[in-house]
Design a protein around this ligand. Structure first.
Ligand SMILES: Cc1ncc(COP(=O)(O)O)c(C=O)c1O
Length: 388
């Protein structure tokens, strides 16, 4: 369908009920589906393999991502692990050095088992990626924008380098969702999501998905998801489908709030701000080219080290101190102590995740209220050195 993304999202799963003509799709909790004969399964057979609520979400996601198929999993991590299931033992995986801490924990653990060999590289630096691919690889996982430093990697260029090295390119699209970035249309083989975040947007389910550029890969991953039993639960899929009908609207509004907050923080002059929507962000031009919005996530480092960062988040009232992102409610976290605590201190230092870094996920509250909250969290206007 060539309609705008707002239309396609609003229509997700609408008028698909073959039984009663329900306008919004029913939730299918049945684990078993009747067969007409012992050797004649219907469209659905057993819910681990597939069920109507999960199928609907997978089809909508494949369409929104511009892919030929998608597999919906029980979490974002299950989606990333699914990609590893499909690799031969000992395969080399190259991953963004500043990927989500849980991704690095998984890759490090699988590497310790000898299941894969992992190399971390700054995928925002194409020469560094090329070096990491020198000995070949089976899979490259790029997180862009990366979480929490919001570094931008060039998806089309990474796809070309991965292809030359004989590797598939997966992009972790969690921070932006298909509303703001469609990696498959830029040459990636897989677009991976934590549906727990912006996609569902209401912080009330855990899920993930891999959208695939080609049908055969979607079928292979679906085989693994059934084999390992890692498919998403029907209720979570139903919630995600309901959430994503407002995804484009939320993604735009949350990006606007994040941009206003980033500009305000940068104008203070007493904090360092990472937000690709700011013109002086090193990835600004690339983000403007390959994304359709800058997203809800930004990070800043208040001068004064960890002690000051802890004091700031403690004072915040509208931003809840919690580790997730993309929901309608604004959240703040200190990645070094929370989302990225699973990484070693050396790995965090290498990825530029300082102990005083504060990550904000901007929700749907009025930006002026969020700014007022940050101002009181920071203890008022800057005392000196401010630019405004
Ligand atoms: C970028 C990114 N990818 C993957 C994940 C994992 O998703 P989940 O928590 O749904 O397993 C997260 C979780 O925070 C994330 O931020």
């Amino acid at each position: 369908m060539s309609a705008a993304i707002d239309t396609r999202a609003a229509q997700a799963g609408i008028n698909t009920d073959p039984g009663w003509g329900a306008v919004t799709p029913p939730l299918h909790l049945s684990t078993a589906f009747r067969r007409a004969a012992a050797d004649a399964p219907g469209a659905f057979d057993y819910a681990r393999t597939d069920n109507p609520s999960r199928r609907l979400l997978a089809d909508v996601l494949a369409e929104l991502e511009g892919g030929e198929g998608a597999v919906v999993t029980a979490s974002g991590m299950a989606a990333i692990d699914l990609l590893l299931n499909d690799l031969p033992a000992g395969a080399r995986v190259v991953c963004s050095h500043d990927a989500y801490g849980g991704t690095r924990r998984l890759f490090d653990a699988r590497s310790k088992q000898g299941r894969i060999a992992v190399t971390y590289a700054d995928t925002g630096d194409l020469a560094a990626l090329e070096r990491a691919l020198r000995d070949g690889a089976a899979l490259v996982l790029v997180e862009t924008p990366s979480n929490p430093r919001l570094r931008i990697s060039d998806i089309a260029a990474c796809a070309a380098l991965a292809r030359q090295a004989g590797a598939k390119l997966a992009v972790d699209n969690t921070v932006l969702s298909p509303a703001l970035q469609r990696p498959l249309t830029l040459g990636a083989d897989y677009s991976v999501q934590s549906a727990t975040k912006l996609l569902n947007g209401h912080s009330d389910m855990v899920g993930g998905a891999v959208a695939c550029a080609r049908t055969e890969e979607a079928e292979r991953l679906a085989w693994w998801a059934n084999c390992a039993g890692t498919g998403g639960a029907a209720f979570d899929c139903w919630l995600a489908l309901r959430g994503l009908r407002t995804l484009p609207l939320r993604a735009r509004a949350q990006s606007e709030a994040a941009l206003r907050i980033a500009r305000w923080l940068a104008a203070r002059g007493d904090v360092g701000v990472d937000y690709p929507g700011l013109p002086d962000h090193p990835g600004h031009a690339l983000a403007a080219r390959q994304q359709t919005g800058f997203g809800p996530l930004l990070s800043f480092a208040p001068r004064g080290g960890t002690k000051r960062a802890r004091a700031v988040v403690k004072r915040l009232r509208l931003f809840t101190l919690a580790q997730s992102l993309g929901g309608v409610e604004s959240l703040a976290c200190i990645p070094a102590l929370m989302t990225h605590a699973a990484m070693s201190a050396a790995a965090r230092a290498g990825a530029g995740v300082g102990d005083d870094l504060i990550r904000l996920s901007c929700g749907l509250e009025a930006a002026e209220d969020l700014i007022a909250d940050l101002e009181q969290g920071l203890g008022g206007p800057p005392t000196s050195g401010g630019r405004s």
